[in-house]
Design a protein around this ligand. Structure first.
Ligand code: ANZ
Ligand code: ZN
Length: 826
């Protein structure tokens, strides 16, 4: 008797990982591919001690999809790399007291080791790290292109400052007033910084959302973030001066209801106007507030009368100007017209400071109480002179016409989107490739001099004085030659935002080993770019809704507009995006900051990667995440072990899995049902129900344990193929046990098809007569009961029929389809 080897995931997983690597199973021929499929997962930043189960969940789900696509006949490209530059990695290095460059080497080794153990089909030859000078040379090149085309500029502005990370942050990196990274309340500081003009692209970034296949909630987040608003800008003459205050409103129809104006505390005009001491004091206090304080203070409105007054352009009335911090400096014009009868915030403000309320719209569904009033709907105008009785929409037009003639108002489209603040006062990033010359001003570093290498400084800690640690770089680094006049210039010491590194990495992967990449002048090879882009499936977390996913779209559009990308790649880098759910542990999201991170290593060494993959994919629908409990893992291990044993039993049995074996009819239907279900579920990322179907199949196959059902080799292999994206190692092993001589991987085989006609499982009990007398009842698959030949073949196998009929030549058949078959002898 043959021995039956036990399921030993550790050994077999290592064996196959080695095999895949050596055989380049997952490395498509980038230049030759005829059915390219770019299956991309968001690359990780190696910030923590290593990969955690939440990361593995993300990568596995993406990998299952890639493997499924490969078996559909596509040449799948699934690269991986490290987003290793930037605050995330740097903060971790600082925390453990290690130089970021040193730590990067350790993290890189650790991450790649872990990534190779989870059994994903990565194209290892195409990996990249954003801190590699070969990579950030092109990140810097991108900055220079932005500068040359007027999309990168320097501006003094009130910016977000994180006192803990000791750097400025982009608006997108401030969530509810706190730093996206460290959760410290963000301060407002007036500083000169580098920006990218993403606002130039606001309209396209918004409009294109209509055409891309993304989750609705991510599109909505981007739509809201871009925040298009169509309204009117109005000029208000300041009494007794030549100054003018501009307001932005979406409700021009309420202009007769204006009883005050409110100006933002940080508005520059406040410094020019003669304002009251109280207003000056209020202004100064407001400037010191953190974003979070400003937000929480919104419940109780604060403000001060500036003493300044403006003239109402239609009524000629004198209107007071207040200063209050509910008005934001960087939206619209930084000044609003107060209409307390129809705007909630204005109403609260008027209540608090006892300002006049003039209702100018009727017929609204508004409710008014002493504490709350909501009344923003359109209606018919009242108290509005010649516009009385006109409906809001129409009134807005008419009032605009009147004011336009007097050059007092104009139509204006505003976006909430701000320009992308790109500079960081940190060490671990690509130095911004600009130099400053006293004579010539800012100059980009000539492209042939890139990369500007990040100098090795001992003192890499952020300083907090608004300057980068690179200020402490050696003089030899700090001084440069002005590319314009040849005189002495100073290098910019800020580095660029880590989100710039990740805004174009997907373009780098297919281009890494090209002549263009190494010798320029652009990093992109036209043929490869056209072949592999845009990305076919982009898979990652939803938390990047307005950061990475917006920046990447912008950079892509810019590169394409400049002619660096072939037109055919289209306007969008990720026409299809899938966002997976989160892994929950003890009721909260698994994350390093919550301290509930689970390291996959111990589970992998105990149960194997296949078990952990299957367990994670079984937690729930992939877009919803699930609750990690290690009690469930052993059960999944037993399931794989059961598959192993079932196959081993059949394989070691001489008869089974031989070509002659036929699957029993009932089981055959289950096979085809399983193919159908798993195919449908895989295409929709419903891995949990796909696994459920595989489990149901096993139950059917082993229905009678004492008498295992026959399974043909073809059907057994179909089952392995269905399993293979989820549990790639065991499927590969068993596949090679079925075909000991094959040189091919199961992962390069075609996906099984199902036959619609075989999906129905029912059989019929067919009475068989000999000379009109029932001699046997034979089970026939209902799909066959109408075929006389098939039925005859089957019933003749029955001994009680054969006894009378076999070997005789004088037999006629009377066949009543679906009812009976009668053999007449003689
Ligand atoms: C008068 C008014 C009457 C307004 C009314 C609304 C309702 P969205 O749709 O988001 O663009 N606003 C303008 N600039 C502002 C700023 N810098 N800070 C705070 N609020 C500002 O909102 C436009 C409305 O937001 C504008 O229309 C203005 O208030 C306010 F019944 O003007 B409205
Ligand atoms: Zn110069």
């Amino acid at each position: 008797m043959k021995s039956k080897p036990i399921y030993n995931p550790k050994a077999l997983e290592q064996k196959w990982q080695q095999y895949w690597l050596e055989n380049q199973t997952y490395q498509p021929a980038l230049a030759q591919a005829t059915k390219p499929f770019y299956n991309l997962m968001m690359f990780p930043y190696p910030s923590a001690e290593g990969l955690h189960v939440g990361n593995m969940y993300a990568f596995t789900g993406a990998d299952v999809y890639g493997r499924f696509q490969r078996m559909q006949g596509n040449e799948v490209f699934e690269p991986i790399g490290l987003d290793g530059f930037g605050i995330h990695s740097e903060n971790y290095a600082i925390k453990i007291g290690k130089h970021p460059a040193e730590q990067a080497k350790v993290s890189q080794k650790r991450f790649y080791e872990q990534l190779s153990q989870i059994g994903d089909g990565f194209a290892w030859e195409s990996r990249l790290e954003t801190y590699d000078p070969k990579y950030y040379r092109w990140t810097q090149w991108l900055f220079v292109q932005m500068y040359k085309r007027g999309l990168a500029y320097r501006k003094a502005a009130v910016v977000n400052w994180c006192p803990s990370c000791k750097t400025v942050l982009a608006d997108e990196q401030v969530e509810a007033g706190v730093c996206e990274r460290c959760k410290t309340p963000v301060q407002r500081r007036q500083m000169e910084q580098w920006f990218f003009k993403i606002t130039n692209y606001a309209e396209r970034l918004l409009a294109n959302l209509e055409h891309i296949n993304w989750p609705a909630k991510i599109k909505l987040a981007q739509r809201n973030w871009i925040g298009k608003s169509e309204g009117t800008e109005i000029r208000w003459q300041v009494e007794g001066t030549n100054e003018v205050l501009q307001t932005f409103t979406t409700r021009l129809d309420t202009i007769y209801g204006v009883t005050f104006l409110v100006i933002a505390p940080d508005h520059p005009l406040l410094l020019k106007l003669a304002i009251t001491t109280t207003a000056q004091q209020y202004r100064q206090a407001a400037l010191k507030k953190t974003e979070q304080q400003r937000k929480t203070d919104q419940k109780d409105k604060t403000g001060a009368d500036t003493g300044v007054r403006v003239i109402h352009p239609l009524t000629g009335r004198s209107i007071p100007v207040w200063v209050a911090d509910f008005v934001l400096i960087d939206y619209g014009t930084g000044v609003v017209m107060g209409v307390p009868a129809h705007d909630q915030r204005d109403w609260e403000f008027a209540k608090k400071f006892d300002l006049e309320v003039i209702p100018v719209i009727t017929n609204t569904s508004a409710t008014q109480t002493n504490t709350r009033q909501v009344m923003v709907e359109d209606g018919l105008l009242i108290n509005s002179a010649e516009f009385n009785g006109i409906e809001s929409t129409r009134a807005r037009q008419k009032i605009l016409e009147v004011l336009e003639k007097r050059a007092i108002a104009e139509k204006k489209v505003t976006y909430h989107l701000r320009d992308w603040l790109i500079s960081r006062q940190r060490y671990w990033g690509p130095p911004i490739p600009m130099v400053y010359c006293d004579k010539c001003g800012w100059q980009p570093v000539p492209e042939e001099q890139l990369p500007v290498l990040l100098p090795d400084v001992k003192d890499y800690q952020p300083t907090g004085d608004g300057k980068s640690p690179l200020q402490r770089a050696p003089q030899s680094w700090l001084t440069a030659v002005c590319p314009n006049c040849g005189g002495e210039a100073r290098r910019e010491t800020d580095v660029s935002d880590t989100f710039l590194d990740s805004a174009w990495y997907f373009l780098a992967y297919p281009n890494l080993h090209t002549v263009e990449w190494t010798t320029g002048p652009t990093p992109f090879n036209d043929t490869l770019t056209r072949k592999w882009l845009p990305v076919n499936a982009y898979i990652g977390g939803a938390e990047h809704a307005v950061l990475h996913l917006l920046y990447s779209r912008f950079v892509w559009m810019a590169l394409r507009d400049w002619g660096y990308l072939p037109d055919e790649v289209g306007e969008e880098p990720f026409p299809f995006l899938f966002s997976h759910g989160l892994i929950i542990k003890d009721g909260v999201k698994m994350s390093k900051s919550r301290g509930n991170v689970i390291n996959p290593d111990e589970y992998i060494s105990r149960y194997g990667a296949d078990t952990l993959r299957m367990y994670l994919m079984f937690l729930g629908p992939y877009d919803q995440g699930g609750d990690f409990r290690d009690s469930g893992i052993a059960g999944m291990y037993r399931f794989l072990e059961r598959i192993w044993k079932a196959f081993r039993e059949q394989i070691s049995d001489q008869e089974s899995l031989g070509e002659a074996i036929k699957t029993t009819p009932a089981l055959r239907a289950t096979v085809h049902q399983t193919i159908k279900r798993v195919t449908r579920d895989m295409g929709k990322f419903k891995y949990n129900t796909a696994i459920a179907a595989l489990m149901e199949f096993m139950n059917a196959w082993e229905e009678k344990r004492e008498q295992p059902q026959q399974l043909s080799r073809e059907d057994a292999v179909s089952f392995l193929k269905l399993l293979s994206p989820l549990a790639p190692h065991i499927a590969e092993e068993l596949y090679h046990q079925v075909f000991p001589d094959t040189q091919e991987s199961i992962h390069q085989q075609g996906w099984p098809d199902y036959e619609e006609s075989l999906l129905v499982r029912t059989t019929l009990d067919l009475p068989v007569q000999v000379n009109g007398k029932t001699r046997a009842v034979v089970k026939i698959e209902s799909s066959l009961v109408h075929s006389e030949e098939e039925v005859a073949k089957r019933v003749l196998a029955h001994p009680n029929v054969a006894k009378y009929v076999a070997g005789r030549s004088d037999v006629r058949r009377i066949f009543v389809p679906g009812k009976t078959i009668n053999f007449i002898i003689g």
